[in-house]
Design a protein around this ligand. Structure first.
Ligand SMILES: [Zn+2]
Ligand SMILES: [Zn+2]
Length: 351
């Protein structure tokens, strides 16, 4: 090859290298632009959705954030979010609840209060993380927590558990951004009047009533009724079929009631017994005596004359169609209103 051709070859290679670098710069700039635009769109749409939730002064908007009982599943355990007249309430915070709340892009910094039904771990074990995340994201005052006797002990331990973590955040970001003084909680232990109920919240036209339900030996144990502008949403908490739920759910628009396929849980208990897993068999058999079957949930809905029944706290979780069908099969003969099987992230609007 003579020199002329060598020079041409070198020039061509040089051009290709330049073109390659140019393309890389162009495509990485394009990717960066695309990334920025996607994030901006996402943040804008979250902001708009949350503004809409918090500015709604007519409806009660409910998200079944976590719908599983404490049996293995990919769902989150108990957690229900309620938006009403500018307030954002959380009822129970079981395992996985915070991750699910964040997946739903709900505004954790704006939580007005947390209400606990009872102190089984599947109803409060994610509470420390909720306290932590809501503060990191901008909660500007101590988080009010309402619950049964024992709540104070759990919240004192929670505040102690988080103290070091909160100190690190304040040291790093500064107290103007993360002020430890407002990081903690302010808890109220609810005591019942003689009729087994107590108004725990009464503000801005919103009345939240706690009422005793039946989950022995777990006591106290509450359900909650949320009323606003003539609309009513009721959460049963963990309970077997209970007259107090029927009383407080009377004519409710939405009843979120726990439901267990008791025959399947007994079958699970028998299987584990046969396999020599005595401990599991005993626990599975025990839990059938303080929950409600799907049939009982429908009976409660019918006796209380509610409009819409949502089956929740599902054991076992309906992760197969055949199990989903078992939950609702035959219920329309007992209860004539609307029936839903809750999924994590479902939204219900009472208007
Ligand atoms: Zn329980
Ligand atoms: Zn439970």
């Amino acid at each position: 090859m003579n020199r002329k051709w060598v020079r041409i070859l070198v020039a061509v290679i040089f051009l290709f290298v330049l073109l390659g670098i140019g393309l890389m710069v162009y495509s990485s700039k394009n990717s960066a632009d695309l990334f920025s635009q996607t994030i901006k769109n996402q943040l804008n749409s979250n902001r708009e959705a949350n503004e809409e939730l918090l500015s709604n002064t007519e409806d009660i908007v409910v998200f079944t954030v976590g719908t599983a009982a404490p049996l293995p599943s990919s769902r989150s355990q108990s957690c229900t979010a309620v938006f009403v007249n500018g307030k954002f309430f959380i009822f129970d915070v079981g395992d996985g609840a915070v991750a699910q709340l964040e997946n739903l892009n709900l505004p954790l910094q704006d939580i007005s209060a947390v209400f606990l039904t009872h102190l089984h771990s599947d109803h409060y074990i994610d509470l420390p993380y909720l306290v932590n995340r809501s503060w990191q994201l901008g909660r500007a005052k101590a988080l009010p927590i309402y619950g049964p006797k024992g709540t104070q002990e759990i919240m004192t331990a929670t505040d102690a558990l988080l103290r070091i973590e909160h100190q690190y955040r304040e040291d790093h970001h500064g107290s103007a951004i993360m002020n430890m003084d407002v990081a903690g909680t302010q808890s109220t232990e609810v005591t019942m009047a003689k009729d087994g109920s107590s108004i725990v919240y009464n503000e801005a036209g919103i009345v939240i009533t706690a009422f005793d339900v039946g989950h022995e030996p777990v006591s106290p144990d509450f359900g909650y009724a949320i009323s606003y502008k003539g609309k009513k949403v009721v959460l049963s908490g963990d309970t077997n079929k209970n007259q107090n739920v029927i009383k407080h759910a009377a004519n409710a628009d939405l009843l979120i009631h726990e439901a267990m396929l008791i025959e399947l849980v007994i079958q699970l208990s028998d299987i584990t017994q046969e396999m020599g897993m005595d401990r599991n068999a005993k626990i599975l058999s025990d839990i059938t005596d303080y929950h409600s079957s799907n049939i009982e949930a429908a009976e409660v809905a019918a006796e209380a004359n509610v409009k819409h029944l949502v089956l929740n706290h599902l054991a076992p979780v309906p992760d197969r169609k055949v199990i989903s069908r078992m939950y609702t099969q035959g219920l329309s003969k007992i209860f004539k209103g609307e029936i839903s099987l809750a999924n994590d992230g479902n939204k219900f609007i009472v208007n």
